[in-house]
Write a protein that binds this ligand. Sequence first.
Ligand code: ADP
Ligand SMILES: N[C@@H](CCOP(=O)(O)O)C(=O)O
Length: 317
Amino acid sequence: MAVYTKLADDVVASFLTQYAIGPLTALQGISDGIENTNYLLKTVSDEFVLTLFEHHNADEVASFVRLARHLGQAGLAVPMPLDDIQGVWLHELSGKPAILCRRLPGTHTDQLTSEHCAEIGRGLAQLHLAAQDLPQRRVDERGFDWWLAIAPELKANLSPADQALLEAELQAQKDGRTLWCQLPHGWIHADLFHDNALFLISEQGTKLTAILDLYNACDGALAYDLAIVANDWCREKNGIWDKARLTSLLVSYESVRPFTTEEKMAWPLLLRGAALRFWLSRLLAQRLATQQGRTLPADKNPDEYRRKLQQQQQQQQ
Ligand SMILES: Nc1ncnc2c1ncn2[C@@H]1O[C@H](COP(=O)(O)OP(=O)(O)O)[C@@H](O)[C@H]1O
Ligand SMILES: N[C@@H](CCOP(=O)(O)O)C(=O)O
């Protein structure tokens, strides 16, 4: 569920009077997403998505949206906040930063194919290139330093075998740090799971229509971003690779931005780093959920990423 802040119709209707989009005709909470509150709304002119940021202040939102605007102006299909009649795009609603974006077409899919992977490979490479000239990249709040900081406290609840798996990977990542730092860096999406993309399927084929949720975007190794995508889009939840989807992803990405020699060398390290990152963040989310008497959604199970990491380690022995 992703409606943490409930908004009455009259509150939204009044909010919309700041925009030149006509009066509200329908309002519905969006159940997808995990972090922010999102509403789908209709006016006489079009469909829009209203987002209330639950965990970020206005300055942080301004930083993500700077990237979204830059990418949108470069022709990428990302949610771009609309200006109101005063030319202001960042608002406050119910005490939270709020933006309004046009609803992008397309739907989510869980039935991933090589065509989806080709599309996202191309889309991600285009995002990396288009963002290169945008300065002031944010630090990755869930990068290497965070792995080292959070691992000791999460380790206490793991089995001895999982503790050993975690320790071995942290050591391998420390050993690989010099190589990692030599890789091309830039703005990365940092969370481009398949639930953050929309597609349209027509007689012309499968088309990527939106890359969503740029709210983890930060500085990082570009090929690490691709490894995050590969782990989610090209592997089953049991960790088994779909080779056709992986090939499709890599070939398509490389057709837009060719890999450097160092990136090819670092690929196994990056895949493991990407698996480690989401194993740790899901363990943390699980701990918070338990403390609050909630259960995690089934598709956020930390074990998926433990298995992916373990298999990747075993393949490389
Ligand atoms: N501009 C948009 N056009 C169409 N759908 C959108 C748009 N923005 C958000 N959504 C829908 O809302 C969902 C949640 O958005 P997302 O940014 O991923 O939220 P969260 O940060 O809470 O995870 C998306 O998965 C998508 O279904
Ligand atoms: N896509 C992730 C959730 C987002 O990561 P987080 O660090 O912001 O929790 C997942 O599927 O685990």
